[in-house]
Design a protein around this ligand. Structure first.
Ligand code: UDP
Length: 251
């Protein structure tokens, strides 16, 4: 079998050239990193869970007419996605205060915000993904005004979809990050949701108990990360718990 070409290796995923032009194979690793990769570990099963969860969210978005890069799952750890030009921004939507906004503005974690707040960070690990304003984005040409209108609309639609899906299974969507890609179709270009949507890039709290079911479990040493992600998958009916637990010895 021909060796396939690696296009890019990031902290949690590897991208390979896809089988047809315009496609990419996205491989989900078990690696977990936080604080700009200062904290690292390998969490067995995380890649399998995130492959399934990202598929679940992205295909749901496709079904309600929010375009995403997702084409189909290939195997336990890989999915076929559309290749696109990633806009160098992390688009963050917040419903409740947590993490950096709590520190920056002194708002207690868990406080409901008056309305969803959308923030943009410039994607550059060497700078620690700094928060930027639309002024910076326009001045440096990272995205046009039309792009920004489309990005805001996509971000809010993703927020409504994810908030509803999570609420239905007793989970509060505190905040999340998405990345946006540009695709060309003939003379036209359009923006789609790309990268991944998983508990690595969302904050998810149990509505009843406030228990964290996202990457903060790893960032803040609150327990086993794979167990938290399995719980999200189980509630969504994405993957039965037995499919992610280790094989047991039958006597
Ligand atoms: N986030 C992410 N990747 C990043 C930064 C943030 O996926 O590089 C997600 C994070 O998981 C959370 C949301 O974006 O769901 C807001 O993160 P925040 O700005 O509070 O940063 P943090 O406290 O994680 O440093």
């Amino acid at each position: 079998m021909a060796r396939r070409k690696k296009i890019y290796e990031g902290k949690a995923k590897i991208l390979y050239e896809g089988p047809e032009p315009g496609t990419i194979v996205q491989y989900f690793k078990d690696d977990a990193t936080a604080f700009n990769a200062e904290k690292k570990d390998v969490i067995e099963g995380k890649g399998v869970l995130n492959n399934r969860l990202s598929e679940f969210f992205m295909s749901g978005l496709n079904q309600i007419g929010v375009p995403t890069h997702f084409i189909r799952r290939l195997n336990m750890r890989e999915q076929l996605v559309r290749s696109c030009e990633i806009i160098p921004l992390e688009v963050i939507v917040r419903n409740y205060a947590a993490g950096s906004i709590s520190k920056r503005l002194g708002i207690a974690e868990g406080t409901q915000l008056p309305r969803p707040i959308v923030e943009y960070c410039y994607k550059d690990d060497s700078l620690g993904d700094p928060l930027v304003t639309e002024e910076h984005i326009a001045a440096f040409g990272w995205a046009s005004q039309q792009d920004m209108d489309d990005i805001l609309s996509l971000a809010l639609r993703v927020n409504d979809f994810l908030s509803g899906v999570m609420l239905a299974v007793g989970i509060r969507l505190i905040d999340f990050k998405i990345e946006i890609g540009r695709v060309y179709e003939g003379d036209y270009q359009r923006l789609i949701v790309a990268d991944e949507i998983s508990p690595d890039s969302c904050r998810l709290w149990d509505i009843e108990t406030g228990q964290k079911l996202d990457k903060d479990v790893f960032r803040r040493d609150l327990g086993n990360l794979a167990d938290a992600y399995s719980e999200v998958a189980r509630r969504l009916g994405v993957m039965p718990k037995s499919a992610v637990s280790k094989p047991t010895l039958i006597n």
